[in-house]
Design a protein around this ligand. Sequence first.
Ligand SMILES: O=P(O)(O)OC[C@H]1O[C@H](O[C@H]2O[C@H](CO)[C@@H](O)[C@H](O)[C@H]2O)[C@H](O)[C@@H](O)[C@@H]1O
Length: 249
Amino acid sequence: MATAQEIALFLDFDGTLVEIAPSPDEVRLDRRVPPALDVLRTSLGGALALVSGRPVSFLDAALEPYRFDTAALHGAQIRLNGEIRSQSAVPEEMRGALRDLVRFANSQVGIIVEDKRISVALHWRLAPQLKGEALELMRAVAIRMGPGIRLQEGKSVAELVPAEASKGSAIAQLMQIAPYAGRLPVFIGDDITDEHGFEAVNALGGLTIRIGDGETQAKLRIASPTSLRAILLDAAERGSLTASSFSQE
Ligand SMILES: O=P(O)(O)OC[C@H]1O[C@H](O[C@H]2O[C@H](CO)[C@@H](O)[C@H](O)[C@H]2O)[C@H](O)[C@@H](O)[C@@H]1O
């Protein structure tokens, strides 16, 4: 089994480091997690990154005062060593799309539009009966926006994302750069968007872990964000994380 020095750890945020909440603004991160991740980053020679659908700014605020390498917006925004390394352009057609989505949200109770500029999400967790209508609208808007945009489905959400971006390509990019290059990638996630990451990490011979149930390409499962947190906090206390830390559930 690989040692701590050989691992590159990639962590999803929602549904992985924090429990899913009724709306995007309501997530609460256990305050022991940010310092624990900082300790683990050191023990991993710096090879720890967040891979999330959220923007870098949101993740920085959630994990403050720590700033981690981040592949944000499903890979459309990558920050490494404190500097934005790559970022997709704001799609020209996004303003028109946003107008249609806000109009829909204003006409229905429980629909939330999350404007992340480079991408936009339409949430129906608080109005599950509107899933069909919301998805139909998102599919129509994505088609209208053309080949530069793809539709990313997730847990009670659909998002318009730059077509070239995915968690898989972001992880593959990071794996070519120090301190990630040459290590065994370990990716932990819980949602459909994470399947791109699982595919890429499986192709690199790494370890893939799905939080919770649902169909997946991941090789291992951990029951919940609570169980993962326990593993990470324990590893931080011992100052060592290995691939086998994740198979002791
Ligand atoms: O890649 P992730 O870090 O898992 O981010 C994926 C999306 O997560 C957020 O939405 C999800 O979590 C919300 C809070 O728990 C929940 O209310 C919603 O139903 C979920 O879809 C976030 O709001 C999105 O921007 C992320 O892309």
